[in-house]
Write a protein that binds this ligand. Structure first.
Ligand code: PLP
Length: 390
C-alpha cells in the first residue's frame, strides 16, 4: 500500500525511519533485560533512563515523573482507576467531558458500576468545554478531573491550563489525555497545570504499543499492573526497550520539526477546506474554526453516509476516517458530534481528514479532483438528498 494517499494521521502514523534506526540495535544485539545486573542489562537500563530524561525534558517534567506504559489506553486507564482508588477515602466523585475518547469514558463507566459518581460536563457546538462548567461541577467529594487536551475527532483544543488552575485551587487531581497533542503542540506540564498526562508513541511517528503517563511527584496513584518492581514499583512488566527508545526519538524529532510542520500542515488543510467549500454544496465544518489542531479537518456532507464516502475514497486509494479508529465498525453516530449538538443523520455523514508529514500539495490536488465526483455519485443515489442541481 505504498501508493495510498494517507490522510488519517489521528488514527496512527508510520514509524519514522530515524526512529526505526534508533530502535533496531535494541531488538537484536542489545536485547538485554534492563532489570538484570550484568552489562547487557545495565546498558539497556542506561538507555531507558536516557530516554526517560529526554521525554521529561520535552514535557517540562522531571525524569522520575515519566512512567512507560503500553500506550494511550493504558495511560488513561491507569490515571483514572489509579487516582480514583488512591483517593477513595476523600471522595468518590469524578468529572470528565462528554467528548472524551473511549479510553477515558469506559474506565469512568467501569468505576460508576463500582460506586463512584461521574459528572460529564457538556461542550458547545464547536466542541469546547467551558471551564466554568467544570468549576460548577465540583463537589466536596470530587477527587479527580479528566479533560482531554485536544479532541481526536474534530481537533478542538480545550482550555486545559484554565481548567487545571480551577482543579488546583480546589485541591483536585487533574489529568489530561494529550494523545492527540503530544508532538503537535508545545508541551509543558507546568504551563498546562496538569497532575497527570497521557501520551502514545504511534500518534507521532513512533511505534505502536508504547506510551507514557506523566505523574506529578507526590500524586498518589495505585498501580494497575502488579508484578515486578519496574517503574519504581508503580507499573510491573519487563520494559519494552526498543519501544521506549523509539518513543523518545519520535518525541525528539516531532518537537524539533513542530514549528515548520504545523505551519505546513495548516496551510495544506486550509487550502483543502476553502476549495472543498467552493466545489461542493451543503457541507459544513465540525469543530472549532480556530482553536483546532493544525492537521485536522472534520466536516459533514449533507445527504450521504460517512462510511460510503470512506469506501469510495478507498477505491481511489485515499485513506480517511469518519471518527475515531476505535469506533469503526460500529453503526452508532459519533458521540463527539452528538455532544456538539449535531443531529444524528448529519453526524453519520461526517468525514475526518488528518494530515501528516507525508502529505503534499499533490495529495490535496488529488483529493480535490476525486472527492466532488464521489459526493455527487453518492448524492444521486441518496434517498434523502434531493436538492436541485445548481
Ligand atoms: N486517547 C485519544 C484521544 C486517542 O485518540 C487515542 C487513540 O486513538 C487513545 C487515547 C488511545 O491510544 P492508544 O491507541 O495508544 O491506546
Amino acid at each position: 500500500m505504498e501508493n495510498i494517499i494517507y490522510m488519517d494521521h489521528a488514527a496512527t502514523t508510520p514509524v519514522d525511519l530515524e526512529v526505526l534506526e534508533a530502535m533496531e540495535p535494541w531488538l537484536r544485539g542489545q536485547f538485554g533485560n534492563p532489570s538484570t545486573l550484568y552489562s547487557l542489562g545495565l546498558m539497556a537500563n542506561a538507555a531507558i533512563e536516557e530516554a526517560r530524561a529526554g521525554i521529561a525534558e520535552r514535557l517540562g517534567a522531571k525524569p522520575e515523573e515519566i512512567h512507560f506504559t503500553s500506550g494511550g489506553t493504558e495511560s488513561d486507564n491507569w490515571a483514572i482507576k489509579g487516582v480514583a482508588d488512591a483517593q477513595q477515602n476523600k471522595g468518590k466523585h469524578l468529572i470528565t467531558s462528554t467528548i472524551e475518547h473511549h479510553a477515558v469514558l469506559e474506565p469512568m463507566e467501569f468505576l460508576e458500576k463500582r460506586g463512584y459518581e461521574v459528572t460529564k460536563v457538556p461542550v458547545d457546538s464547536t466542541g469546547l468545554v467551558d471551564p466554568d462548567d467544570v468549576r460548577k461541577a465540583i463537589r466536596p467529594d470530587t477527587v479527580f478531573i479528566s479533560i482531554m487536551h485536544a479532541n481526536n475527532e474534530v481537533g478542538t483544543i480545550e482550555p486545559i491550563s484554565e481548567i487545571g488552575a480551577i482543579a488546583r485551587e480546589a485541591g483536585i487531581v487533574f489529568h489530561t489525555d494529550a494523545v492527540q497533542t503530544v508532538g503537535k503542540l508545545p508541551m509543558d506540564v507546568e504551563a498546562l497545570n496538569v497532575d497527570l498526562l497521557s501520551l502514545s508513541g504511534h500518534k507521532f511517528y513512533g511505534p505502536k504499543g508504547i506510551g507514557a503517563l506523566y505523574i506529578r511527584n507526590r500524586v498518589r496513584v495505585t498501580p494497575l499492573m502488579h508484578g515486578g518492581a519496574q517503574e519504581r514499583r508503580r507499573r510491573a512488566g519487563t520494559h519494552n526497550v526498543p519501544g521506549i527508545i523509539g518513543l523518545a526519538k519520535a518525541l525528539e524529532l516531532a518537537t524539533d520539526r513542530m514549528p515548520g510542520e504545523s505551519v505546513r500542515e495548516r496551510a495544506l488543510r486550509d487550502r483543502l477546506w476553502e476549495d472543498l467549500q467552493e466545489r461542493i454544496p451543503d457541507i459544513a465544518l465540525n469543530g472549532h474554526p480556530t482553536l483546532r489542531l493544525d492537521n485536522t479537518l472534520n466536516f459533514r456532507v449533507e445527504g450521504i453516509e460517512g462510511e460510503a464516502m470512506i469506501l469510495c475514497l478507498d477505491m481511489n486509494l485515499i485513506g480517511v476516517s469518519s471518527g475515531s479508529a476505535c469506533t469503526t465498525g460500529s453503526l452508532e453516530p459519533s458521540h463527539v458530534l452528538l455532544a456538539m449538538g449535531i443531529p444524528a443523520e448529519q453526524a453519520h455523514g461526517s468525514l475526518r481528514l488528518t494530515l501528516g508529514r507525508s502529505n503534499t500539495d499533490l495529495d490535496i490536488d488529488y483529493f480535490l479532483d476525486t472527492f466532488p465526483g464521489v459526493v455527487s455519485r453518492l448524492r444521486d443515489m441518496s434517498p434523502v438528498y434531493n436538492k436541485p442541481v445548481a
